[in-house]
Design a binder for this molecule. Structure first.
Ligand SMILES: *Cc1c(COP(=O)(O)O)cnc(C)c1O
Length: 458
């Protein structure tokens, strides 16, 4: 008999989670104003809100927590991280930050000015937020296939080189301080970017003398997809692929709460020492001294160890395999999911799930609410609420994709939890026609509104 797949780790510590009743959940979600960010985590049975900072650290990472050096300057833990950044990412300079958006803040403070344009592949929401906050504009150049959940493409995160060249050609490059390539592309569904696309994007950027940066939150998951999907990479190690990926860029921002398997942390990396020096001023102002950047010494150590673990094939196979496991379960129940499955989450196509609910009634948010009521599973809307209003017209922007994201924390849940989640979603799918109306907004903030907004049932 062929041996079944089994995780390459065993569990040393467990955390109890609480089941609840449907009636309790109906009350709690109403009290939370139909915004799942407002729920107490104790009211959630399986939390698939995000894979950000929700990771289970390894025994070796916990050892780093215990042995962290808390010196203000020049801590041992900082040098441990510096070594790993050089060795694994091949990047000579970096600044630690307290998380990914802080890295964006530091980098953009050094590079961006009002009226600038930042092309990329479906910029992440905080990235877009930081760009628009500076009265600059994010231009999405992702390939069209990314926005059709029914077509299969191995690298749906790719940049459309023609779209990018049009932007580069039709603007003075003084207005384009950088291009950002998000690996994997979170907003397009955790979809990877091929090495070929990274290389060709880098060549194009070089031709126009515009620096290329990675938003590297899920760089290791991206490397896994290159290994298993792109010709010429199957016999390369993940670490070799990661080095090659980073060899094409001028720098990166990273949320260490994702692929560094840490609970907090981030960094911004540079090839150019001058730019690092320029950014250092903002790092000291917003984050902290250059060798800790808003983190404790122990966090730097855990992050350094996490970088090493997440760039191992066995870990990634188990991680991405679990995402595909949930995806296949949903698919078997007839639930419309984005394919191929991404690296960190399963994305349910809410427009196809609820074809009778208009996008103006926040279809994906409705699905998130119904799934929570059904089984205490918390997912998140990646759709109209997240897209925010158009800063010029003040009107809702309707993105092509209206998705419910079920993000899986790293090394946290078992496949029984995945079975439970698929079954709960299946139950909502069965009763979908009995759900007649969506939601409306009662209160919202001017930017990044999805975190704090309040809604009502129509
Ligand atoms: C999470 C994330 C960020 C922001 O990082 P935080 O640590 O949440 O501040 C930026 N880009 C991408 C692609 C992300 O997934």
């Amino acid at each position: 008999m062929k041996l079944p797949y089994a995780e390459p780790y065993r569990i040393k510590t467990v955390e109890m989670i609480r089941r609840s009743t449907t009636d309790e959940r109906k009350r709690w979600i109403r009290e939370a104003r139909y915004n799942l960010f407002n729920l107490k985590s104790d009211y959630v049975f399986i939390d698939l809100l995000t894979d950000s900072g929700t990771n289970a650290m390894s025994d070796r990472q916990w050892a780093e927590i215990m042995t962290g050096d808390e010196s203000y300057a020049g801590a041992r833990s900082y040098y441990k991280l510096k070594e790993r950044v050089e060795e694994i990412l091949g990047m000579p300079y970096f600044l630690p930050t307290h998380q990914g958006r802080a890295a964006e803040n530091v980098l953009f403070s050094a590079l961006l000015k009002e009226g600038d344009i930042v092309p990329g592949n479906a910029h992440f929401d905080t990235t877009k937020g930081h760009i628009e906050f500076r009265k600059a504009r994010a231009v999405d150049c992702t390939i069209d296939e990314a926005f059709d959940t029914t077509v299969s493409h191995p690298f749906k995160g790719n940049i459309d080189l023609e779209k990018l060249e049009t932007v580069l050609k039709s603007n003075s490059t003084e207005k384009i301080p950088l291009v950002i390539l998000t690996v994997t592309c979170n907003s397009a569904g955790g979809q990877p970017v091929s090495m070929r696309n990274i290389r060709e994007t880098a060549e194009l950027c070089r031709r126009y003398k515009v620096p290329l940066f990675f938003d590297a939150a899920r760089f290791a998951e991206n490397a896994y997809f290159i290994k298993v999907r792109e010709e010429g990479y199957s016999s390369k190690s993940i670490k070799e692929i990661v080095r090659e990926m980073f060899s094409h860029v001028d720098g990166f921002t990273m949320s260490a709460k994702k692929d560094a398997i840490a609970n907090i942390g981030g960094m911004v990396g540079f090839r150019d020492e001058e730019l690092k020096k320029k950014a250092s001023v903002f790092n000291i102002m917003f984050e902290g001294y250059l060798t800790y950047g808003g983190l404790a010494g122990r966090d730097l150590g855990a992050l350094a160890q996490g970088l090493d673990e997440s760039t191992e094939f066995d870990y990634l196979e188990s991680r991405i395999g679990q995402v595909a496991y949930l995806g296949e379960k949903c698919k078997a129940l007839g639930i419309p999911v984005q394919e191929p499955f991404g690296g960190h989450a399963v994305f349910v196509d809410a427009k196809r799930f609820f074809p009778h609910i208009p996008q103006a009634e926040y279809t994906a948010q409705l699905l998130a609410v119904e799934l929570y009521i059904e089984g205490g599973v918390r997912g998140v809307e990646i759709g109209t609420l997240l897209a925010d209003r158009d800063p010029e017209t003040g009107k809702d922007r309707y993105p092509k994709l209206e998705l419910l994201r079920l993000a899986i924390p790293r090394r946290v849940y078992t496949n029984n939890h995945m079975d439970y989640t698929a079954a709960a979603l299946g139950n909502v799918f069965e009763r979908r026609e009995s759900i007649k109306n969506g939601l409306k907004i009662v209160k919202e903030a001017p930017i990044l509104r999805h975190f704090t907004m309040e809604l009502e049932r129509l």
